[in-house]
Ligand binder design. Structure first.
Ligand SMILES: Cc1cc2nc3c(=O)[nH]c(=O)nc-3n(C[C@H](O)[C@H](O)[C@H](O)COP(=O)(O)OP(=O)(O)OC[C@H]3O[C@@H](n4cnc5c(N)ncnc54)[C@H](O)[C@@H]3O)c2cc1C
Length: 385
C-alpha cells in the first residue's frame, strides 16, 4: 500500500478487515495526506503557552458531509470521536456575496438553480450553464454555478458537466447543513485511524517514500501525478481545479461572519472557530477562504478578490490580523468532470497485474475526498477477491 491519506488508509483497513496482511508506506512523518492539520505557532506570541498560540489549520477549508460515505465509514468504526455541527447561531451569520455586496437573503436565481439541481435526472452530456440556462435563465444558472464552487474548486463550474455540478450544489446547500467538523481538527483524527489500522495488524512505515512498484499486490493511493510517475503510465490524467487559498487568524469581533458564499466568482469564506473554537487561541477566529482561478491567473489575483469580500465579512480585519497564510492548490482538490464525462470515465481502479489505483481523481463516485474513500474500499475489495 503506498500513501497514508484517507484513500490509502481506507484501503489498508478494508484489506486488513478482510484478512489480508498489509504494509502501508507513507512518505511523510504523519498520516492524513491533504487532511493533515498544521499546528501553526504565532511567533509574535512566543511567550504564551502552546495551546493558546496554536491554530490548527488544514490545507484549505475542510469539512466532512454527514450524508456521505466517509461519515458513515468512520462512524461505523467509532473513528469520528467528538464532532461539531454548524451551530444554529452561526446560520444567522451566513451571507451570500452577490453583485459586489453581502446579502442575508439568498437571491431568487440561486434558489431556482438549487431547485432544479435536486432533480433526479440531470444530463451528463450538457454543461451546467447550457442546461440550467434553458430551465431558469442565464443569470440564475451563473449563480448556481458559482455557488457550487465550494464543492468543485473550479473557476468556471458552468462549463462542467451539468450532472457533476448539480450533484454538488444540491448536497452542499441542503438543510440542516450537512457539513461537519471534528473537534480539534481532522488531522488529529488520523492518529485514531492509524491506531485502528495498527490494531488490525497493518504495518505502517512512516517517512517511507516508495520510488518503484515491486512484485505482489500493490495499491497506489497517492496524488494522481505521483501515481503517474510511480506506474510510468502517462495516461493517468484527469482535470482538477486551481484555487488560491487565504487563511487568517483575527482577534474576534462580534460582527464577524460565519460563511460567505460568493455567487459572483465561486469563492468561499468560512470561519472555522464558530463550530469549533478549540482550533484557535482563545479570543481569536481562524478563517479559511478559497477562490478558484484560471490557468492564466496567479495566486495574488485570487487573494485580491478574496480581500474584497473579507473587507465586509470581517470588518477592520487588517488591524486585527494575528496570522496570515496564502497558498495555491493546483490539482489538489479532486476531480472535475467535463460535459460528456462522469466518474466512470476517470482512470480505472484496476490497473491489471495486481496493481490498483486509489485517489480523488479515479473512477469512483462521491464529493471531493469521498472519491478517495470509495476507491480505497473498492480497490481493497478487488484485491481481496
Ligand atoms: C484546499 C482544499 C480543500 C479541500 N476541502 C475538502 C473538503 O472540505 N472535503 C473533502 O472531502 N475534501 C476536501 N479536499 C480534498 C481532500 O483533501 C482530498 O480529496 C483528499 O485528501 C485526498 O486523499 P487521498 O488519500 O486520495 O490523497 P492524499 O491526501 O494526497 O494522500 C496521498 C498520500 O500519499 C503520500 N505519498 C505520495 N507519494 C508517495 C510515495 N511515492 N511513497 C509514499 N507515500 C507517498 C503523500 O505523502 C500523502 O500522504 C480539499 C482539498 C484541498 C486542497
Amino acid at each position: 500500500m503506498i500513501g497514508g491519506g484517507l484513500g490509502g488508509l481506507a484501503a489498508a483497513i478494508t484489506a486488513a478487515e478482510g484478512g489480508a496482511s498489509v504494509t502501508l508506506h507513507e512518505a511523510h512523518r504523519t498520516l492524513g495526506g491533504r487532511w493533515r492539520s498544521t499546528p501553526v505557532r504565532r511567533k509574535a506570541a512566543a511567550h504564551l503557552s502552546e495551546d493558546v498560540r496554536v491554530f490548527r489549520a488544514h490545507e484549505g477549508p475542510h469539512v466532512i458531509y454527514r450524508d456521505g460515505p466517509t461519515w458513515a465509514w468512520l462512524k461505523r468504526r467509532g473513528l469520528l470521536e467528538v464532532t461539531c455541527r454548524v451551530p444554529v447561531a452561526a446560520i444567522a451569520r451566513f451571507r451570500f456575496w452577490h453583485e459586489g455586496r453581502l446579502q442575508r437573503v439568498p437571491p431568487k436565481g440561486f434558489l431556482q438553480a438549487l431547485r432544479i439541481s435536486r432533480r433526479p435526472e440531470v444530463p451528463i452530456e450538457q454543461s451546467f450553464r447550457a442546461w440550467a440556462s434553458r430551465l431558469v435563465g442565464e443569470k440564475a444558472a451563473e449563480m448556481g454555478a458559482s455557488a457550487s464552487g465550494v464543492g468543485v474548486f473550479h473557476h468556471d463550474p458552468g462549463a462542467l458537466s451539468a450532472a457533476f455540478v448539480a450533484e454538488r450544489l444540491a448536497r452542499v446547500y441542503s438543510l440542516p447543513p450537512p457539513a461537519s467538523y471534528r473537534q480539534g481538527s481532522w488531522g488529529a483524527m488520523f492518529e485514531a485511524i492509524g491506531a485502528y489500522a495498527r490494531k488490525l495488524g497493518v504495518i505502517i512505515e512512516l517517512g517511507s517514500r516508495v520510488s518503484s512498484i515491486g512484485a505482489g499486490i500493490t495499491i497506489v493511493a497517492t496524488e494522481l501525478e505521483s501515481a503517474r510517475a510511480l506506474l510510468g503510465d502517462d495516461s493517468l490524467e484527469w482535470p482538477s481545479g486551481r484555487t488560491a487559498l487565504l487563511d487568517l487568524g483575527v482577534k474576534r469581533d462580534r460582527h464577524d461572519l460565519f460563511v460567505v458564499s460568493d455567487l459572483d466568482t465561486c469563492g468561499w469564506l468560512e470561519n472555522f472557530t464558530m463550530p469549533d473554537p478549540t482550533i484557535a487561541p482563545a479570543g481569536e477566529h481562524l478563517v479559511q477562504m478559497q477562490m478558484p482561478i484560471d490557468s492564466q491567473a496567479v495566486r495574488a489575483d485570487g487573494v485580491a478578490r478574496l480581500e474584497i469580500i473579507v473587507d465586509q465579512a470581517l470588518p477592520g480585519w487588517r488591524e486585527r490580523t494575528t496570522y496570515r497564510l496564502e497558498s495555491l492548490a493546483n490539482a489538489r482538490t479532486g476531480a472535475v468532470d467535463l460535459p460528456g464525462t462522469s466518474w466512470r470515465d476517470r482512470p480505472a481502479i484496476d490497473r491489471g497485474d495486481g496493481v490498483y489505483l486509489v485517489g480523488d481523481r479515479v473512477a469512483a463516485p462521491g464529493l471531493l475526498s469521498e472519491v478517495s474513500l470509495n476507491s480505497g474500499v473498492w480497490a481493497a475489495q478487488l484485491a481481496l477477491a
